[in-house]
Design a protein around this ligand. Structure first.
Ligand code: PLP
Length: 391
């Protein structure tokens, strides 16, 4: 079956007692066993049966199995946020005295997790330019435990050569973790690009219009110790498993993901082209534009579409605030890939608590507005931005 058919028709692991067509929400904490022997077998993993919903729940398992079918993963673990997926994965890999190689162009909380939280446990983070593979290779040493990258950075929209980085890392025996939140797995195969563990904020595209927070760890099994620690240690000890209510909503989101994404990506491209014609906008950054410096690399790695995030630059922070305050349709909100179009000034919000020097090092400019393009008609979106600039 093709991906889109699987996303909708993958059979349930066990037939529902009432033959419910959509997977019911099993809002149960614990599960009863016929006898003590079966109970012991379940707890020790000798038989496949849920015992406690902090580590296994039928509704969540169903969501995980669909993602597994769509990605060809060895293990998929659904957790309660994107940050839970990232932190659980890193906790399964890092050790005191080891180092992680990554970029300054990183989701703000991931940056803080690495440079503040994990540094308190004796883990070093080496920050470098991941677009320069030779420079990255020079940082690899005997204590390097992983390379962490984002497939398209937020909000810089930088694209790294994923295959070149994974080939280099694998020559040194190092796993590569990729945050693929910005381009859904229905569009490209991170596994084929050599990624070892994919982490995703399913809060974004997959949730089906900002219905719920969630995260996914998609482990391709090339480094078996990672899956083992995740399933036997992190899942139990960190307690971040997804709830059945969220899994229900995100399974529905998964069924419409491809359809919604195609419209949002097409809207983003059409809007980006039209924004280029507006005088007060100094720069339109969208990887789908042919003159974007990452366009060819993105085409090769991620296919025809380039996501639904655009950034625009105006002449000053005041001009950005004025535009945001004059919007009538587009919402002033964080989050990405809601059905609605959202706008935010990253420097004063998501990165507002970083110092000016830190923001400069991360290429977060005071003049940038980030747009997450939704499912509205592009004429309405364009007209809203145009009137807000003219107001
Ligand atoms: C939103 C986001 C996260 C964090 O996800 P949450 O679900 O909010 O915890 C991580 N990485 C990227 C690229 C994101 O956009």
């Amino acid at each position: 079956m093709k991906k889109q058919t699987q996303a909708i028709h993958l059979p349930y692991k066990r037939r529902d007692a009432y033959d419910a067509l959509s997977m019911p929400i099993y809002n149960a904490v614990a599960y009863e066993f016929d006898n003590a022997e079966v109970m012991a077998d379940a707890f020790c993993g000798r038989i496949d049966a849920p015992d406690y919903s902090r580590v296994e729940n039928p509704t969540v398992t169903n969501f995980e199995l669909r993602v597994k079918a769509l990605t060809g993963a060895e293990h998929v673990i659904a957790l309660n946020s994107g940050m839970a997926a990232i932190s659980n994965t890193l906790f399964a890999i890092v050790e005191q005295g080891k180092n992680v190689i990554t970029s300054r162009h990183l989701f703000g909380n991931t940056f803080s997790l690495l440079t503040s939280t994990l540094s308190r446990f004796g883990v070093e983070t080496k920050l470098c330019d991941l677009t320069n593979v030779d420079a990255v290779e020079k940082l690899v040493d005997d204590n390097t435990c992983c390379l962490f990258l984002e497939v398209m950075t937020n909000p810089q929209l930088e694209v790294v050569d994923v295959r070149a980085l994974t080939e280099m890392a694998h020559r040194h025996g190092i796993p590569v973790i990729a945050d693929t939140t910005i381009i859904p797995f229905t569009q490209f195969s991170a596994k084929d690009l050599g990624v070892d563990v994919e982490v995703i904020s399913s809060t974004k595209y997959i949730s089906g219009g900002a219905t719920s927070l969630g995260g996914l760890i998609i482990d391709y099994g090339r480094f078996p110790f990672i899956g083992k620690r995740l399933l036997n240690e992190m899942l139990f000890n960190l307690g971040s498993y997804m709830t059945p209510q969220v899994a229900y909503m995100q399974t529905l989101g998964l069924e419409t993901l491809d359809a919604r994404y195609r419209v949002q990506a097409a809207n983003a491209l059409a809007l980006a082209k039209r924004l280029c014609t507006l005088k007060p906008i100094c720069n339109v950054n969208y990887v789908g534009l042919e003159d974007n410096r990452y366009h060819q690399l993105s085409l090769r790695q991620y296919g025809e579409t380039a996501g639904a995030m655009i950034t625009i630059d105006l002449e000053s922070q005041e001009a950005c605030f004025k535009l945001l305050n004059n919007l009538k349709l587009i919402h002033r909100a964080t989050n990405l890939f809601d059905n609605r179009t959202l706008a935010i000034h990253p420097a004063s919000t998501i990165f507002g608590l970083f110092s000016a020097e830190e923001r400069a090092a991360m290429d977060i400019l005071d003049t940038t507005i980030r747009l997450s393009v939704g499912l509205e008609d592009v004429d309405d979106l364009f007209n809203d931005i145009k009137q807000a600039l003219e107001a």
